[in-house]
Write a protein that binds this ligand. Structure first.
Ligand code: SF4
Length: 391
């Protein structure tokens, strides 16, 4: 344990972050913005303006507009119909600042322990048909892809909170966005990973579907950044995760960062009971564990609010495998989300746990956004809190 003087030195080194400067922005795969908006705060300092302009220069074909008196979440797009608005948003890049970027998740009605999370980005360019986020109030109104340029201030807020808590604490990036989808553009990882590496208490947990990990490979991380991939069998990815990196690419990315010593995790969520799911998920679980030495596996089913379900059904029709399984369940759970019936959730979790345990008897396995009854019936109650978003 470092003494007080060492802690203070570590903190001082950690806490002078700035926006990335000496790097070449690269256009990320899976994102083709046709319009870019500079909203309130995005060019408030010379450092921010330079950062934003270098990224804009990569997209000469995009229409660029300044809306410096409008906050990022008040930006109105032309479309009104929900699906067309959503599609326009996925091709709209917004620069802004987010003052309340570090928050404590205090959701009630499921067994998840609460946790800190933060947002240097908002939403993401990928096209998952089941997307939970698309129906949340902030995203529904303005479903654009956002980069918040106040990263240094966000990290200072994390430092303040972590100093107050004075115990190793995870700060999760991935609740309201994808954590790496835009990293080739922003190079934010090159500021965040060293910040957390130096910090005496704050730890980073990130969730992504991206396969772009180049900027992470040579960073000093000291095991303080936990990288987690959202994965599903290729059959599920092909049908339900439009415009995302393939599972093969994600597995390769996971291997690369694991070889660099990062702690790597996987989350299989939402598990989708397609025809023959028993064989499909058994085969994929085996492949995942044989390909990457993950430290933790978290499982979850669909848990969707009504507005996100509405958007999903506009994309896939009401007769899709997810909606049909939700419809055979009892009314919504205490947290207002719709899920598959408990018996089906138990069946899929139990099978995957059995396959995983056969290969890795001591692997940490947990559930995400689940009810107490499921933790107990699957024998995982002792693992509560040893899941994706926590240390
Ligand atoms: S990666 Fe996450 S936020 Fe992005 S579309 Fe898929 S589910 Fe939604």
């Amino acid at each position: 344990m470092p003494d007080a003087v060492q802690l203070d030195l570590l903190r001082q080194r950690a806490c002078s972050p700035s926006l990335p400067q000496d790097y070449e922005p690269i256009r990320p795969a899976y994102f083709e913005p046709s319009q870019i908006y500079l909203t309130k705060g995005s060019t408030a300092t010379p450092e921010r303006r330079r950062f934003v302009e270098r990224i804009c220069a990569l997209y000469p074909e995009a229409r660029i507009a300044e809306r410096l008196d409008t906050t990022h979440n008040r930006l109105e797009l032309d479309s009104k119909e929900p699906l067309s608005l959503h599609r326009t948003g996925k091709h709209t890049l917004v620069f802004g600042e987010l003052a309340s970027a570090v928050r404590f998740a205090s959701e009630k009605g499921n067994a998840c322990p609460n946790y800190w999370h933060f947002s240097p980005y908002g939403f993401c360019p990928y096209g998952c048909r089941y997307c939970y986020l698309a129906g949340t109030p902030g995203v529904k109104f303005s479903p654009t892809v956002k980069i918040y340029v106040n990263l240094p201030e966000i990290l200072q807020q994390i430092d303040n909170i972590a100093q107050r808590l004075a115990t190793p604490t995870a700060f999760y990036l991935g609740k309201l966005q994808d954590s790496l989808a835009l990293d080739s553009l922003t190079a934010y990882s090159t500021v965040m990973v060293p910040f957390f590496a130096e910090h005496p208490w704050a730890r980073l947990t990130m969730l992504t579907k991206s396969a772009y990990v180049n900027r992470l490979l040579n960073l000093e991380h000291r095991g303080h950044s936990f990288l987690s991939w959202s994965v599903n069998p290729p059959e599920v990815q092909a049908t339900f995760e439009e415009n995302t990196p393939s599972i093969e690419e994600r597995l390769q990315a996971m291997r690369h960062v694991a070889e660099c010593g990062y702690p790597v995790r996987a989350i299989m969520m939402p598990i989708i009971p397609i025809d023959g799911w028993q064989e499909v998920y058994s085969t994929f679980t085996k492949r995942l564990l044989e390909t990457v030495n993950i430290q933790r596996l978290t499982l979850g089913g669909i848990c969707i609010y009504g507005s996100a379900r509405d958007l999903m059904e506009r994309k896939m029709g009401t007769r899709n495998v997810i909606s049909e399984h939700i419809d055979s369940t009892t009314p919504k759970a205490d947290d207002g989300r719709e899920r598959y019936p408990q018996s089906l959730r138990h069946e899929v979790y139990a099978l995957i746990i059995q396959v995983a345990r056969r290969l890795r008897p001591n692997l940490d396995i947990a559930l995400c956004l689940e009810e107490q009854a499921l933790w107990e019936s699957t024998g995982l109650a002792g693992n509560m809190g040893r899941c994706n978003c926590h240390l």
